[in-house]
Design a protein around this ligand. Structure first.
Ligand code: PLP
Length: 429
């Protein structure tokens, strides 16, 4: 039998009585605790963000930073967007979790919206980008296995690609530094140079009957902000169709409005067989999704693939609110207008002092490649940006990457660009 005080605490948790704040919430912590307690696979900035509002973030000392990074292209509506706060508060009072022995309303509502708005007829929810790609690669192999036999298992990927950190997805990725030392890695991958139509044609000419899928980012983000040319993306589509392979588009970074369309494929004149989404989909709440057709989805019958948390009601309620804000002409056209403002400001900086050799990208997803004098200095710019009160990203050693909120204000763009110029002047001397 529980003691009477234990029984009372059970009653308190299930009643409307106020709940005391957890003591853990008041435990003092500092940046040095990261080095002491955390697995050292990151090297975070010297400051700790503690609060965010729109495109502004404050650290423990109360210092304000303009956010040109959105996590890494995650908080697409900025921090604590009222529509997201409302959705999570309402769902937090309603239902947090059910197992996959049940479905739930927020997941079904989100699946309906995603399929209505895209080529897809079916959705699989998970918790991250890597899991969405893992599901996509497994699905492509299973589909080919069931229809053509086990010999059709080759996956064509690209050098410099980034698809996540599971063993399957680091192997699909095209950067040896992320995949080495974990072997044996899954086999059956070919990595070709990105944007090389001839290499893709040659690969299909020699191994077409063994290829189950081509996996591509419409623009390589982590690999240096390299846009896929329309000819290349269309050749990939054509070759996959001709040889019975599936085209997987990794839109984990490019999707959910970042390029000014709901998904980037909509601007490229191609339609994938499988599309993966995460990051901006949840606007800061972890969620991933794999979208596909009914035919391809049929290769995953009951029990063949799964996840405990995928399709979690809290995640799907938040993602539904994010989707409703982003999938509007106002927001998507606003992304294109913001692109123009960013490019104008960046060109003006470059006009005053030549620091960039190339400015590229789409929507609010911009790569600033440093001039040859400053090769390898992108990280220094990122650090100097922090000192100047600005959060930016890098994409490799030579490219400063900007991925602000889709709804960042004009004032914040101008203030952030001024801070970026300060940072460039400090870092590049
Ligand atoms: N694919 C792309 C294109 C990405 O940019 C990323 C993350 O940066 C991923 C996959 C992996 O996503 P996650 O870190 O949520 O697993």
């Amino acid at each position: 039998m529980p003691s009477s005080s234990a029984a009372q605490s059970v009653v308190a948790h299930t009643s409307d009585a106020p709940v005391a704040t957890s003591a853990a919430a008041a435990l003092p912590v500092s940046r040095s605790d990261f080095d002491r307690y955390m697995v050292p696979c990151f090297a975070p900035a010297p400051f700790i963000p503690v609060r965010g509002e729109g495109s502004r973030v404050w650290d423990q000392a109360g210092r304000m930073y303009i956010d040109f990074a959105s996590g890494v292209a995650v908080t697409s509506l900025g921090h604590c967007h009222p529509a997201m706060v409302k959705a999570i508060e309402a769902q937090a009072r309603t239902l947090w979790h059910v197992s996959n022995w049940f479905t739930n309303e927020p997941a079904l509502r989100l699946a309906k919206r995603l399929t209505d708005a895209t080529f897809a007829e079916r959705v699989f929810f998970c918790n991250s980008g890597a899991e969405a790609n893992e599901a996509a690669l497994k699905l492509a192999r299973r589909y080919a296995h069931d229809r053509s036999g086990p010999h059709r298992m080759r996956v064509v990927s690209t050098l410099n690609a980034f698809h996540g950190r599971t063993l399957f997805t680091v192997t699909a990725g095209g950067q040896a530094k992320y995949a080495s030392g974990f072997g044996p890695n899954p086999s059956g991958f070919t990595h070709l140079p990105y944007n090389d139509v001839a290499a893709l044609e040659a690969e299909f000419a020699s191994h077409g009957a063994e290829i189950c899928a081509v996996i591509l980012e419409p623009m390589q983000g982590e690999g240096g902000m390299t846009p896929g040319t329309p000819e290349y993306l269309q050749a990939a589509r054509r070759l996959c169709t001709a040889h019975g392979a599936l085209l997987i588009l990794d839109e984990i970074q490019s999707g959910m409005g970042r390029t000014g369309a709901l998904f980037s494929y909509m601007q490229k004149g191609i339609v994938p067989d499988i599309l993966t989404s995460a990051k901006g989909l949840g606007g800061g709440f972890p969620i991933g999704a794999m979208l596909t057709t009914s035919d391809v989805a049929s290769a995953f019958s009951v029990g063949v693939h799964g996840t405990t948390y995928g399709g979690n009601p809290l995640a799907c309620a938040v993602a539904g609110a994010v989707f409703d804000v982003i999938n509007t002409t106002e927001v998507l056209d606003g992304v294109k207008a913001r692109h123009a403002l960013f490019m104008e400001g960046l060109r003006a900086i470059n006009g005053r002092r030549r620091v960039f050799r190339d400015l590229r990208g789409e929507g609010v997803w911009i790569g600033c490649e440093l001039d040859s004098t400053w090769r390898g200095k992108a990280m220094d710019v990122m650090t100097a940006a922090g000192d100047a009160g600005l959060i930016v990203l890098v994409a490799g050693p030579d490219v400063v990457r900007l991925a602000p909120s889709l709804v960042i204000s004009l004032d914040e763009i101008l203030e952030g660009l001024a801070r970026l110029e300060t940072a460039l002047n400090h870092a590049l001397q």
